[in-house]
Ligand binder design. Sequence first.
Ligand code: ADP
Length: 542
Amino acid sequence: MLGLMQQWPLLCHKILDHAARQHGGREIVSRSVEGPIVRTTYAQLRHRALRVAQRLARDGFERGDRIATLGWNTARHMEAWYGAMGMGGVYHTLNPRLFPDQIGWIMNHAEDKCLFVDLTFMPIVEKIAPNVASLQKIIVMSDAAHMPDTALPNVVAYEEWLAEADGDFEWCALEENEAAGMCYTSGTTGEPKGVVYSHRSNVLHAMMACMPDAMGLSSRDVVLPVVPMFHANAWGLAQSAPMAGAKLVMPGGKMDGASIYELLNTEKVSFTAAVPTVWLMLLQHLEETGKALPYLQRVVIGGSACPRAMAETFEKNYGVEVIHAWGMTEMSPLGSLASFKPDYADLEGEARFDIKQKQGHAPFGVEMKVTDDENRELPWDGKTFGRLKVRGPAVAASYYGGAGAEQFDDEGWFDTGDVAHIDPHGYMQITDRAKDVIKSGGEWISTIDLENLAVGHPDIAEAAVIGVAHPKWDERPLLVVVAKPGKEPRKEEILEYMSGKCAKWWLPDDVAFVEEIPHTATGKIQKTALRDQFRDYRLPMG
Ligand code: ADP
């Protein structure tokens, strides 16, 4: 027997219709690429997105065409996304922090036909566009007055191009399983792999993200996504914020501490999200200026592990609740968040932060398990770690073009490549990437645990742990450290600080001091580059 309820396909433009109807006057504030702060509303944004859709259709772009974007978080970038999706196209976010050759490779792989680009990135486009055969049009997200000189063909100014459409357009009648968006994983090893989101997965993911134990967004929130739209869908915020009717504040290209602080304060931001490196800059700015965060209530920290010291500083010094989150491009991206279940809600002091160190529990829509190398499921005891596998309606079922097929099994589980344990209350904790974990004498050492421990030392700004070859133990940990400005911690002092806080045999064999630790295009420590850097390094033999 079938249910007798209406077919109401889950389509992304319905999110915008809802925002415009129910929260039409709610603002989207952007730090524009040209400089000034500009304001629009959900009602206006929807109208302009309709014009984008109409104009794209008039240019001959069709259902299923990939419409790339190379832009900062701004209202215009959102218009381009919703306009592309609304005419049946597939928005494809490009990460400008990748090498131009890599961006070109990705565009060719996805066969992008059209590109929306911010002024900042025109120099990159000059280099790659001639080598992308599928590309027919480049739309510079600015106006005629700001247009750069370029010899590239088919380049237009967004505002003038848009002015030729009046918005008298119907959203394309799509099926919910059609593609809505694309994003490539940055591929620290091997070639980048394309994840293709559907309308359905994006809408379900946005609903998941809004739930109280996830991001808990409401129409009363003011949301600042510092995490870029080109980094794993801005963690879904360009969809979940309009779904909730929250005011959006878009930081444009400025993510330094002072610029972010200015927006947090003047726009009375209640909720924000970004990777730890962004928050390091903000906290440093606050420390230098003695400023406070009177409006901010919640900060989501993910993309890499949130250092304990960072969670403590936000909560103790500034009264801001930290929500540690884990996810990946393949998961749209939310996988888990460390909000408190009743089992942990009454914890105080250090015990609270022990839980916040965990990546958290899965919301409805994400199933997870940990297995050993033989795919046997491991117990949820909070200590036995293994391969973390997930499945759900917003988790990739394959990569574009069939790459990486070995990561997907017959029962629908996706192997995340992360190593983790899950505790009896369902809280998952990442202990490593499968390729970074240190195998010492047949046992595994978690590099992330050691890094978290090291950055608790008052003189250490950043730390990374890599495995280096050892004749007896196969591999032993080397701690690589960036000291805080003006500080010169000594090796013995650091090891002394760490000892007693982890198993004795986990303690790094040596400490190396560097000016800078290499990062990937999405702000993670680039262990491959670090391992290259220390390839000829020899551990002291005691
Ligand atoms: P990339 O940065 O490679 O493009 P993602 O942004 O999708 O891809 O990265 C996903 C990976 O980032 C996860 O598999 C995990 O290793 C790491 N990660 C994300 N959040 C956290 C977290 N809170 N703690 C530790 N690692 C995390």
